[in-house]
Design a protein around this ligand. Sequence first.
Ligand SMILES: *[C@@H]1O[C@H](CO)[C@@H](O)[C@H](O)[C@H]1NC(C)=O
Ligand SMILES: *[C@@H]1O[C@H](CO)[C@@H](O)[C@H](O)[C@H]1NC(C)=O
Length: 471
Amino acid sequence: MPRRGLILQTRTHWLLFGLALLCSLVLFLYLLECAPQTDGNASLPGVIGENYGKEYYQALLQEQEEHYQTRATSLKRQIAQLKQELQEMSEKMRSLQERRNVGANGIGYQGNKEQAPSDLLEFLHSQIDKAEVSIGARLPSEYGVIPFESFTLMKVFQLEMGLTRHPEEKPVRKDKRDELVEVIEAGLEVINNPDEDDEQEDEDGPLGEKLIFNENDFIEGYYRTERDKGTQYELFFKKADLMEYRHVTLFRPFGPLMKVKSEMIDITRSIINIIVPLAERTEAFAQFMQNFRDVCIHQDKRIHLTVVYFGKEGLSEVKSILESVASESDFHNYTLVSLNEEFNRGRGLNVGARAWDKGEVLMFFCDVDIYFSAEFLNSCRLNAEPGKKVFYPVVFSLYNPAIVYANQDVPPPVEQQLVHKKDSGFWRDFGFGMTCQYRSDFLTIGLRVMSPADHGATSLLKPRLHISRLS
Ligand SMILES: *[C@@H]1O[C@H](CO)[C@@H](O)[C@H](O)[C@H]1NC(C)=O
Ligand SMILES: *[C@@H]1O[C@H](CO)[C@@H](O)[C@H](O)[C@H]1NC(C)=O
């Protein structure tokens, strides 16, 4: 009996041991799969922040969804671009084929090998003529537009990075840097050794000496590549103590860099009419006016503000915010248009553009949750040209601060949230909502501005800030 009891006991032991093992395995799996992740002593959604419950996840989902939508449109655009390139390529193939046939028939076609350098130069010039650099080109749709990347001495803002989206503000990569440094140097060469046909007088410095620009006078540049023609560069230079900008356009037709244009631009008297359609959201408006006062009234000083307000509710508050900023900064360049209608961004922009009665003006269509800098306003002036150019900056959309800074009790101050990082937001590279254009162009087109989703509809999320890619 004692022996049997012993065996029984051993069996029970094993059984208990097995059970315990099973339990700990289950617990382990649970921890692995289901436990919320902790980051050191970071607070957990649902533990400290009870208020991160359903709304938190809804907001997270919506943000994800928006992000994927932007990505989808961006991919669509890339597909359209590739299609267009394919078509251009096949047309080229066809014409080559035809030429070869003609050549075979012995009618005045010389093989490439006998081309003299002057023919090559001619060819390069013809490539420039074909590109959309000095004259406009007809595009099949908005998807055919090739966007520009922008760069400064230190940084390049790239959009197209294959499928690994989420580009960040990057220090210039070595190979790209070599290319851009060469371009900037070529631009300086053009400015410092003007041809007769350049639109610039020989300017003298304050002491009568010849003005020499160097790379520290480089403000910003833009480039884009038409894959069958070459790369276009738009460079802007400015001496700190001079008012006017120098603008140089270069083109690299898959050959040496070539000058297209060099001109002087004076934007000292260029007023921008900032048009903001608005309904409710008075808190966001108060914040907008804070930035407006710092950037537009105190720094830029060449601004008119047009607010188009929809509805009666909140109107008096908006009026008093405007009046208090106006009286404390002695600023009177503003118009408040009140419409007793439901909010419609396109209609607001249209009414805002027509409310101006002093003829031609540069307009910046802006939302109330956009943050911009004084440098951006100058980019706006430099990149829009009546009858020729409309500027669509790419804005950086910040995620909901309650999500980005969920592990902190309070999000950091707004100024510290304004960073171009992939954890904090994404480039809205198919937004097209914010734009700088001349009033005459807007009225000639005669349509309301394209606004795929009128922005008033994002009420689920906290008001968000956008920072311009160019700030
Ligand atoms: C934990 O808290 C301490 C002080 O409260 C802080 O210095 C530290 O950065 C926190 N760690 C994490 C991972 O949040
Ligand atoms: C207000 O507008 C006038 C021209 O309409 C302009 O000369 C002036 O600089 C503007 N003031 C500010 C502070 O923007």
